[in-house]
Design a protein around this ligand. Sequence first.
Ligand SMILES: Cc1ncc(COP(=O)(O)O)c(C=O)c1O
Length: 419
Amino acid sequence: MQKTGYYRKSGELFLQNISLKKLANTYGTPTFVYDSNSIKHSFNLLDSIMKPFNGKIHFAVKSNDNLGVIKYINSLGAGADVVSIGELKRCLKVSVKPKDIIFSGVGKQKDEIEFAIIKNIKQLNAESIEELKDIIEISKNLKKKVNVALRVNLDINAKTHKKISTGDENSKFGIIYDDIVSAYKLMKKASFIKPYGLAIHVGSQLFDYDVFYKTFSKIKKLALELRNKGFEVNHLDLGGGFGVDYSLKNLLNYETFNRALNKVFKRDDFQISIEPGRSLIAESGILLTKVIREKSTNLKKFLIVDAAMNNLIRPTLYNARHSIIPLQVKNNRLIKKYDIVGPICETGDFLGIGYSLQQMKKNEFLAIMTCGAYGSVMRSNYNSRPSATEIFIHDDKEILLREREKIDQLIAVDIIPNF
Ligand SMILES: Cc1ncc(COP(=O)(O)O)c(C=O)c1O
């Protein structure tokens, strides 16, 4: 197994000093568990790459919006990248400084823009000329200055899954290259806008050196062209998207990003920010689940477990293949091929198809690895199912971060009409 902080003692899976079987029995399942050491390791690795550039890391809260997780990553020295007023309020609630918060996203509404301006956040990333005009008008009405960066669509093929590719002109993200000069003119004319620079994010799960190199070269070229035209372009926000190996074969290393960054930029060219989510948090998290029962047909063996697509939608949505392992290895068990599925009434409700595992028995536990990012945050209550519990392991101690919802709480938000 890759060095993620999870290890075995007498065949049983541990994290720091904590038995995960004990956690599963105490808190029930499904339960997400996060390892603080793993988050710190990923952060320090990236920080050492950014240090020579004086660069700032902003944690993409969309990847995991748990208050405890945001607070911990902030304590390491990261700011935040948010895409909604809800995420912004989460950050403020755990005292992330507004001057360390970037607000991205294509559909920012009036109340969101107003709130961000009033709170004096570091920067709003405008994703279209139309949105820029709204920001100009709102800042004028408030008579309050705001830093605005333009998110550029560089029409780059990110060579990743199409549902997490954001950098080509078919996607809804960013302002096309040809419109950037007119957008900058608009910003320069507006009395309450401080033109801050350019932002990009071409996609997620990026590994390819050429994608990073092409993206950084294009954004630098554009920034220099703008400077030549007399515009102020001091900040470049290079986005996130650094890839994680879900098969656990390769250690996280940011190698291609680091190489491309150093090839294209020199220390004082620009003030550089990045917005990583997945690479900071994915490897830290696992999802614990209990076997409900085995079911065999003429064609297949299913393991029906108590986690489902409402807890972890990545296999269904992206065909993601997470490593799935027993919490307790038993050497004398037969190896069987299973489809691991949840109880939700959808054929698409699966956690893993065609996994070879030791034969599993009722009430035994499995760990679904690399679930820290885009796991719990994408939860739903489909089939009236509550969300999972979330636990943080720090300094060999367990900390409850989020309680499982109670079914009565889910039902209580509905209003029964008087028919
Ligand atoms: C604008 C923006 N920044 C940052 C991220 C974080 O990406 P990742 O979690 O892959 O690092 C995303 C994710 O889609 C994004 O849309």
